[in-house]
Ligand binder design. Structure first.
Ligand code: C5P
Length: 400
């Protein structure tokens, strides 16, 4: 039986030529046993008729806020609650822009804003529109809201031009949804604590000691754990990311001391803790209460003190059954350093990434890791998107 069987799916259709492919997608979803509610934009109806769609979905197609002749109100809120997922295919540049900025002037965008479940977005547009900085920025915004982008393919476009912008084929979109629903809820009932990002250690009111950590790996881990059923506390240093999964509680902190306090509070109650943050090792001994001025007679000397080691502190209070996972970002002697940290911090597993590997470490969207367990075993993984690396890490934690 398909994982889509019995699932409630909202299929959002926008006004693009690829809308003809939505008919095949609808058929595939219905065939797999899903209950599909089509929501179409006014422009979408210029490309494909509601009669075709309602015949296939066996449900009236929703497009307006009201049915004109009866005044019946279509509740986007109820629809949003009903859905197990929403897929917008094709998603045009205009609708992507509206979704990114909350411009709720049609039923599709209001439904999107009300949807509590996972949203998939399959963009389709001409190559120049696809490559425009505005489109790229809007798609990145959708990603930051936790939406999954089903990337368009490169190929021949309706305009006759050739490039990136063809909506992904319906079979592939259906496969993405199928894979999403077949995922095991193997972290259901577990509480997971994750640290992410850098810490900022104040020097004076305008300066700090920090590092290049973007938080992407930790946020991907939080998303992955939440999507597998965990209740997640994400203790995050200063980063420009956001997360929208309802099962993730974000605690924003700035310094290592604040991060430690937030972790100590959450750890007692956690089954798994993953220390992904790049915590500053040292902090200024004293924080100047005014900006340190350049006109000093001498170059100021900033005295540093050691920061608490959060992972090691949690390692000392670890209960039986709790799992503690650390990260090691190394520039040399990678394996030896990682193994030493694993034992010194009383970790059950350590995820090693090397600054020497291209595409790994700080700021990138990909990572290449080796995972070493406390029993000494090691597994090396290839270069992958951080979300897939997160899945490998969670799979490995579950073997402990
Ligand atoms: O010793 P190092 O900083 O390289 O250790 C890395 C691991 O320890 C990471 O899991 C990191 O999150 C954690 N750590 C910590 N507190 C610190 C320093 C590192 O929790 N002060």
């Amino acid at each position: 039986m398909s994982a889509l069987s019995g699932k409630h799916i909202i299929l959002g259709i926008c006004g693009g030529i690829a809308a003809y492919k939505s008919v095949s997608l609808l058929r595939l979803l219905v065939k797999a046993g899903a209950e599909v509610q089509v929501v179409i934009t006014p422009a979408g109806k210029q490309f494909i008729t509601p009669v075709t769609l309602s015949s296939l979905s066996q449900k009236p197609v929703v497009s307006e806020f009201f049915t004109a002749n009866t005044g019946e109100w279509h509740s986007h809120v109820d629809l949003g609650l009903w859905a197990d997922c929403m897929v917008i295919a094709p998603a045009t540049a205009s609708t992507i822009g509206k979704m990114a900025h909350g411009i709720a002037d049609n039923m599709l965008v209001t439904t999107y804003l009300s949807a509590k479940s996972q949203v998939f977005v399959a963009p389709a547009m001409d190559l120049d529109m696809m490559a425009h900085p505005s489109t790229i920025a809007n798609i990145n915004l959708l990603r930051s809201y936790g939406n999954i982008i089903i990337e368009p393919e490169s190929g021949e476009l309706a305009s006759g031009l050739v490039g990136k912008g063809r909506m992904e084929e319906p079979e592939k979109i259906a496969a993405v949804l199928e894979a999403y629903f077949s995922k095991k809820a193997d972290l259901k009932g577990r509480k997971v604590l994750i640290t992410a990002g850098p810490t900022h250690e104040k020097i004076d009111p305008v300066r700090f000691i920090g590092n290049y950590s973007s938080g992407k790996m930790g946020y991907a881990l939080a998303e992955e754990c939440a999507s597998r059923g965990a209740e997640v506390t994400l203790v995050s240093g200063p980063v420009s990311l956001s997360i929208s999964h309802p099962a993730v509680r974000v605690v924003k902190v700035e310094s290592a001391k604040e991060m430690l306090a937030a972790c100590e509070e959450a750890f007692a109650d956690s089954d798994i803790a993953v220390m992904c943050a790049a915590v500053a090792d040292y902090a200024p001994k004293e924080v100047a209460d005014r900006k340190i001025k350049r006109e000093h007679s001498e170059v100021p000397v900033i005295e540093l003190v050691k920061n608490p080691d959060i992972a090691a502190t949690l390692g000392r209070s670890k209960r039986q059954g709790q799992r503690l996972v650390g990260f090691a970002l190394e520039t040399d002697h990678e394996l030896d350093n990682a193994r030493e940290k694993l034992s010194r911090k009383n970790l059950d597993m350590i995820v090693l990434n090397s600054m020497r590997d291209k595409g790994a470490g700080f700021g990138t969207d990909t990572n290449k890791v080796s995972i070493i367990k406390a029993d000494g075993s090691r597994e090396d993984f290839g270069l992958k998107p951080k979300r897939e690396v997160a899945a490998d890490i969670v799979d490995t934690i579950l073997t402990l």
